[in-house]
Design a protein around this ligand. Structure first.
Ligand SMILES: C[S@@+](CC[C@H](N)C(=O)[O-])C[C@H]1O[C@@H](n2cnc3c(N)ncnc32)[C@H](O)[C@@H]1O
Length: 307
């Protein structure tokens, strides 16, 4: 554990690279979630009032939140040195979840391999936000990809899988074929012998979650009908962050999101008993995050820039 459970939460307004310089020298991250721009080719705008359009800037949009107009090469040139700065701040058992979509994920993988080393690539998660129309030219891409990297050794990362949010139901055929026994409490189970040790699996506990996540709709973060929606473009659902934070950190750990947007990671981390470190270079993002933290009753300290 790198942080005292009582450590204060920290927020920095500015570039992620500058945040890394300005943070206390002994502070390390146990988990990093990073959701950069995707190279969509547009300015991204907020919805501050009824009738405004959130997302790609249009005549009816709210304020400009951030620019996502770079091409893929420019985006990667921006991202790679920041990944390197962030990696220097990560503890030995920390992981980084880099959230991308199809536009730049393949270039980002090559860049992240350069920064972390290919052997530190833990794997990837495919998340289906479940929104968006369907185009006429080819299959519409309906997923995002989260690349997962270990700071150091893949074998010593934090990975937990017992919480119900980190489980999924067994396949119907498996339940029918294998879960044929019932214990005294009426729970269905199967037993397996692996290297002379006997293991019991209960049907109602489900199995460890795989890497394709289809059960967390983005809509909850994006419709004004839901409490968690802030109107910030590309806001991610709290449940997505809850799953990542529960899987890859312990209570009292430090969770960082240095492109925090509306502050989703920060709110969820604090509510799960982790300490957060956040930053964003967009004043609108910081304003949104501060409002959200205040509404949730979560105190934090604003970190001044280093001189
Ligand atoms: C996709 S949004 C993040 C959304 C966020 N995950 C949420 O749930 O609200 C990307 C964010 O990265 C920020 N950003 C881009 N480059 C940055 C940089 N170098 N340093 C800090 N923030 C940056 C943008 O201002 C924007 O808020």
């Amino acid at each position: 554990m790198s942080a005292d459970p009582g450590s204060e939460h920290l927020l920095f307004e500015g570039d992620a690279a500058d945040a890394c310089l300005a943070l206390p020298a002994d502070l390390t991250f146990d988990l990093v979630y990073l959701d950069p721009p995707f190279a969509v080719g547009s300015t991204m705008s907020t919805r501050d009032q009824k009738g405004q359009a959130r997302g790609r800037k249009q005549p009816k949009s709210g304020r400009d939140a951030y620019h996502d107009s770079s091409d893929v090469e420019q985006l990667i040139a921006h991202l790679e040195p920041r990944l390197a700065r962030i990696r220097e701040r990560m503890s030995d058992r920390a992981t980084l979840y880099l959230h991308m979509d199809y536009r730049a994920v393949h270039d980002a993988k090559v860049a992240a391999d350069r920064v972390f080393g290919r052997r530190s690539f833990v794997g990837e998660v495919v998340w289906t936000p479940g929104n968006g129309g369907r185009g006429a030219r080819g299959f519409t891409v309906t997923h995002h990809t989260l690349l997962v990297y270990a700071r150091k050794d893949r074998k010593c990362i934090v990975y937990q899988c017992d919480h119900p949010l980190l489980r999924e139901p067994y396949a119907a055929t498996s339940l029918k074929m294998h879960f044929t026994k019932t214990d005294r409490d009426g729970r269905r189970y199967r037993e397996r012998k692996i290297r002379s040790k006997r293991y019991r699996y209960y049907a109602d506990e489900g199995r460890r979650l795989g890497s394709v996540w289809t059960d967390i709709p983005a809509m909850v973060a994006n419709t004004p009908l839901r409490k968690e929606a802030t109107g910030y473009p590309t806001q991610k659902p709290e449940r997505l962050l809850e799953r990542i934070i529960r899987a890859a950190s312990h209570e009292g750990d430090t969770v960082a999101d240095l492109m925090c947007g509306s502050g989703t990671t920060l709110v969820v981390a604090a509510q799960l008993g982790r300490r957060f470190v956040g930053s964003d270079q967009s004043p609108v993002a910081i304003e949104t995050t501060r409002k959200r933290l205040d509404q949730a009753g979560l105190p934090y300290r604003l970190v001044p820039p280093s001189r």
